[in-house]
Design a protein. Structure first.
Length: 243
């Protein structure tokens, strides 16, 4: 009985098979790389729940630009409670009620035509500690992924503590302790309600606003923040951070 000849595989089929194997291998390595990145990110975020962050890209850029910066890290117990309430009232009144994104504020910002900010304190911590400043899509995507991770792994008090220690209050002045000394020659623990409100009013534009020499606008803004801080203390919106 004659032997049947093996069908010869065409060069085109062999090429397609090699391409398919290469694609599958690349996808496997991509998945491994993505898993490693996610794991490293989780470990990084989790570590800062217990370790005080050394700063961030923006702080490093300012240090390079200015030659020096001022920052003195203080734990939450050494920050006047009214300062914590003032920062929340000024920047994120629903801080205790959301998980990183304030949907109500986002909706209001959209209705206002994008002229009003909707960034929460958690988002600002992510930007200042883990990312860079700017409006690029890669940064926004990373921020959207890291923000809920921070909310999951950190307490609200820790989020606010980190925020108050890395926020910029004047050119080269980072953190509430350095800001209190810079503007009022006193420790963050000794800030009055008025001083805390002025510092909170500076936060959106620290390079153009001066808490020691407030304009009429800054005075009005500080009064509104004082009222807001008292309101969130009364209605329980400060409970999550011990305010």
């Amino acid at each position: 009985m004659p032997r049947r000849k093996k069908a010869r595989r065409s060069p085109r089929a062999g090429l397609l098979n090699r391409i398919a194997r290469s694609i599958r291998a690349a996808l496997r390595w991509a998945m491994v790389g993505l898993a490693a990145f996610v794991l490293a990110l989780v470990v990084w975020v989790a570590a800062y729940r217990f370790i005080d962050p050394p700063g961030g890209i923006y702080m490093w850029q300012e240090w390079r630009r200015l030659g020096e910066i001022r920052q003195d890290w203080v734990p939450m117990r050494l920050i006047a409670p009214v300062m914590a309430r003032s920062a929340v009232a000024a920047e994120d009144a629903n801080f205790c009620r959301h998980w990183g994104f304030d949907v109500v504020a986002i909706r209001s910002a959209i209705e206002a035509g994008g002229t009003r900010g909707a960034s929460t304190i958690t988002q600002q911590v992510v930007k200042n500690v883990f990312l860079w400043h700017g409006r690029s899509w890669p940064r926004k995507v990373l921020e959207a992924g890291i923000t809920p991770l921070v909310e999951l792994l950190w307490s609200k008090q820790r989020i606010l503590e980190v925020y108050l220690n890395v926020a910029e209050f004047d050119t080269g002045v980072f953190g509430v302790e350095a800001a209190a000394q810079h503007y009022f020659n006193r420790a963050a623990a000794d800030l009055t309600a008025r001083q805390a409100a002025l510092l909170a009013a500076v936060l959106p534009a620290p390079k153009t606003r001066n808490a020691a020499r407030p304009t009429d606008f800054l005075n009005r803004r500080a009064r509104a923040i004082t009222d807001g801080a008292a309101t969130i203390a009364r209605d329980g919106r400060a409970a999550c951070f011990g305010g």
